[in-house]
Design a protein around this ligand. Sequence first.
Ligand SMILES: Cc1cc2nc3c(=O)[nH]c(=O)nc-3n(C[C@H](O)[C@H](O)[C@H](O)COP(=O)(O)OP(=O)(O)OC[C@H]3O[C@@H](n4cnc5c(N)ncnc54)[C@H](O)[C@@H]3O)c2cc1C
Length: 575
Amino acid sequence: MMLERLATDILILGSGGAGLFAALHAYQTNPELEIAVASKGLLGKCGCTRMVQGGYNVALNPGDSVERHFMDTIEGGKWLPNQNMAWTLVSKAVERIRELENEIGCFFDRNADGTLHGKAFAGQTFDRTVHKGDLTGIEIINRLMEQVWARPIQRLEEHRAVALIPAVDRQALAGALLIDMRKGTFCFVSAKAVLVATGGGPTMYRYHTPSGDKSMDGLAMALRLGLPLRDMEMVQFHPTGLLAGPDTRMTGTVLEEGLRGAGGHLLNGKGERFMAARDPRAERATRDFVSRCIYEEMRAGRTSPHGGVYIKMAHLGPEQVAKQFKGMVERCADCGFDLAAGLVEVVPTAHYLMGGMVCEVDTTTELAGLFVAGEDAGGAHGANRLGGNGVANSTVFGGIAGENMAHWIAHNPDRPAPDEAALQFELGRAQHPFTQARGDLNSLRERLLDIMWDDVGVIRNAAGLSRGRAAIADLEQELLATGLADGERAFNLTWHDWLNLRSLIEVSKAIVAAAQQRQNSRGAHFREDFPDAGDLASSNFTVVRQHGAGLTVTAEPVEFSIVRPGESLLKEAAQ
Ligand SMILES: Cc1cc2nc3c(=O)[nH]c(=O)nc-3n(C[C@H](O)[C@H](O)[C@H](O)COP(=O)(O)OP(=O)(O)OC[C@H]3O[C@@H](n4cnc5c(N)ncnc54)[C@H](O)[C@@H]3O)c2cc1C
């Protein structure tokens, strides 16, 4: 198999908010550097930043403050976030939103007095979610894409990273092995600094929201290098994924939180409104709690025809609903539902992985030359991500990564030679399916979706997690024995499905291991056999590492570097 070799100064894997911001900031810091962005899809057209509907959290308006945003983030994250990362997120978001407006060229919705409009999002004490209607992500990513196009930044589109390749001495990273998906050939890109920004994305669940190009490749590659991942048990479910049957990809996609916020009701299959009895905030309770309540209705068999529950908006006035939620009404109509005047089937859907690579605030990792930002990085959100903190996280830390990679190179100007044995090994690994007899890949994928949904999903317990662990181990063996026809490799999407499934299985094992380790319930992680949150003051976060074929999980103490449980920056500010 032909192996092309390229060399650059900075290699960025992923072209979402994190990847593109990193490219722009690296260029701004040192325009002499060669920068390449490799992406599984087309630049600006792939990943989840483009899919952001709701908006971008930032404390801008009188009455709000970065301290308030910080406390919402820490309390929302159930005291597990890395506080220095959370502080950087909320404080830099102010700078970043100005940059998005004034340098990148984004237009956001405004109040009558010209200030940026902030809308309400669940779990926040201030309406601080800046947006452009309900298409905020398209505005952000399109403008970023134009800025990247306007600079001499190399674009490796439809180039999928399959492995991070260490230097000969294994003390640093030497680059990444990519598949040029258009040609079906391999390409090793040697770089002085590499950013992993492949966007996480829990697409191993039966119902999920992220874009189809995301299959946890970045985290799978990090695991194989022996790098630590934190908070892997923390998978966020959005309560209202559209449920339109198994034959449409629309199933699982998000019906936005604003529907519940505006007063939508959730009804079980018997037509009963079940949230009001469970929480004084009823449907406006937090995402994790509403998801659990829906799941309980489903387990009790009180379901809609496709096995979920209903959302009802008609009591708010069909005309008003049609006006206020035009996009959502159209999306539902495409699937045969009348959101404005009727009932729409919904189900909790896996939306975001709070877990990710362990890193410092400056986006460095344990391995010299390797950086991480965006949804691939763990720490900023802890046990829960506030809606609106996802894209803020990607753009804030993407920019920081770009600057730091440029500074790193100034002090580490050599390009490490790759470990050729590791490169050869990874070339073989990526072609493994061509060495096996053909099998039914889709049935394996379907099984993974069900295992993760049934046993590692919204509500967990010891028996289910053990069952899930064993089933995933079996599935992995079956995948390794399942081959593909070795025909045309250019745009061989079945090959990429196979590789996607392998990454998803590897990261699913890490999710299960962390979920088994955490014997309490925090935020998105709910164990019905350990329903209590545990002592906040002695909070730990999980760290998973791969050693050979096995995983180890440790519990690390949370450092309350800024505020301790029971304290508040707001109270201190008021004193
Ligand atoms: C439907 C939906 C709505 C959302 N709404 C909001 C919201 O309102 N507010 C908010 O804050 N957050 C929201 N989020 C979350 C937010 O989109 C993400 O947190 C954020 O955009 C992630 O940015 P990123 O740059 O890390 O990854 P992404 O933007 O997802 O980009 C990942 C990139 O990595 C590439 N990639 C993947 N694998 C590889 C590989 N192996 N090799 C090379 N490239 C690879 C992808 O093609 C893509 O270019 C939403 C998410 C979804 C799915």
